[in-house]
Design a protein around this ligand. Structure first.
Ligand code: PHB
Length: 398
């Protein structure tokens, strides 16, 4: 081959020009390399339902939309972080350095997302947050785009609604970490601004939560309602202890964010949840053609499992990534990908959504929902809508 090379070079063509030509010939081959997405999820541990739901949704998205985008084959590299932030950081580092992923995605809990933000910034790799929901996350790196929700977004909606319902006195009860503190602060702010009174604000440790002593304090304080935030996957434990403490017999109303009456666990929580009102961006019973198609395809692909909000957040995360690959012609440059993700807008199974170009955070309808039995199953039935809610916390204090 080397011996033949001189004969292949036309007279007058320098070696430098030839090198350039050879490079140009090899470029399409490089462009055929897979566009890799590093998907980090808690597939084990207490938040495994989040991992299971998002993973199933990512698979569904790819089976519906194919794995070729702008001439690139899309490959998802799935890793389990078990919900441990040190693991998330180590795995993200490996995915960037060894696997050369073009995008990092997933992030089931706030501490996990926060641990990776510096890596996204340093490596200039977009980080699509599909679950974690503390407001501040998107401010931790210009490479973060969020497709989930923020706790201020849903909690302030709930605070305003509750104050208009003859609910005058509330005790708040939240998981004691980022999203819980956001939920408490922004519920309280909205509820008080609309004339309500917060009698007490209780915070329950996240690890192995024992709600019993806190629920007893709620009973003793006798509010009209208790406002609750627990992360997805913890709702069933909360409801069990709610019943054990007899709160369902006290007349104290249960209100909260949609994370408590999570569609993944709601059916198992039982009739005690009937009438519970929550604010959230997604219900499996959302009445739109997009959602009907999504729910039936999701169930068909997952042995009848019902999608919850995490599944939709993951599905939409893939929508944002695919759209960005298309708009950037499959080149995979991190800054270019983030630039086109900003301002993206589409019809999600949850309703119309957009990425705020200024904050890189999700803008979405927030629904007020009441648990009801429909066709033998428990659902969060939407009955009021706050249109296109932005995260109120960016650039503001509660
Ligand atoms: C979070 O850790 O940010 C988080 C996790 C699950 C939720 C909401 C927030 O349902």
């Amino acid at each position: 081959m080397i011996r033949m090379l001189p004969r292949l070079i036309p007279r007058g063509l320098s070696a430098a020009v030839l090198c350039g030509a050879l490079l140009a010939v090899s470029l399409p081959a490089a462009a055929q390399e897979a566009f890799k997405i590093g998907l980090i999820l808690p597939l084990t541990g207490p938040s495994q339902s989040t991992g299971k739901q998002i993973n199933a949704a990512v698979k569904l998205f790819m089976s519906v939309n194919g794995d070729m985008v702008a001439g690139r084959k899309v490959e998802v590299i799935l890793r389990d972080d078990a919900g441990v932030a040190d693991t998330t950081r180590r795995v993200a580092q490996e995915l960037v350095v060894k696997d050369h992923v073009a995008v990092l995605a997933g992030f089931g809990l706030t501490p996990l997302a926060l641990s990776v933000a510096p890596i996204a910034t340093q490596a200039k790799v977009p980080m699509v947050v599909m679950a974690a929901a503390t407001s501040v996350i998107t401010e931790k790196s210009p490479f973060i785009v969020r497709t989930s929700q923020t706790l201020p977004q849903v909690s302030s909606t709930m605070g305003t609604w509750a104050a208009g319902q003859n609910i005058r006195k509330v005790v708040t009860l939240v998981a004691d970490y980022g999203p819980g503190l956001d939920a408490e602060a922004w519920f309280n702010k909205a509820f008080k601004a609309a004339g309500g009174e917060v009698l007490d604000s209780l915070r329950v440790p996240l690890a192995n939560p024992d709600f019993a002593p806190f629920l007893q304090r709620v009973v003793d304080t006798r509010p009209d309602a208790v406002f609750v935030f627990t992360p997805s996957g913890f709702g069933a434990v909360f409801i069990k202890q709610f019943i054990e403490r007899g709160l369902d017999k006290t007349g104290i109303k249960l209100i909260g964010t949609g994370d408590v009456t999570d569609d993944d666990q709601l059916n198992d929580m039982g009739d005690v949840t009937l009438g519970v009102v929550t604010a959230g961006p997604y219900s499996a019973s959302h009445a739109s053609p997009e959602n009907k198609a999504f729910v039936s395809a999701f169930k068909a692909a997952n042995a009848g499992m019902r999608p919850n909000f995490m599944a939709v957040f993951g599905y939409d995360g893939m929508q944002v990534i695919y759209d960005a690959i298309k708009k950037t012609g499959g080149k995979g440059d991190g800054a270019a990908l983030v630039a086109v993700m900003q301002g993206a807008a589409w019809e999600s199974p949850r309703g119309p959504v957009a990425i705020d170009p200024a904050t890189r955070d999700i803008v979405q309808d927030v629904y007020i929902r009441k648990v009801a039995r429909v066709g033998g199953e428990l659902f969060n039935e939407e009955f009021a809508t706050m249109k296109q809610v932005r995260d109120p916390a960016h650039g503001a204090t509660p």
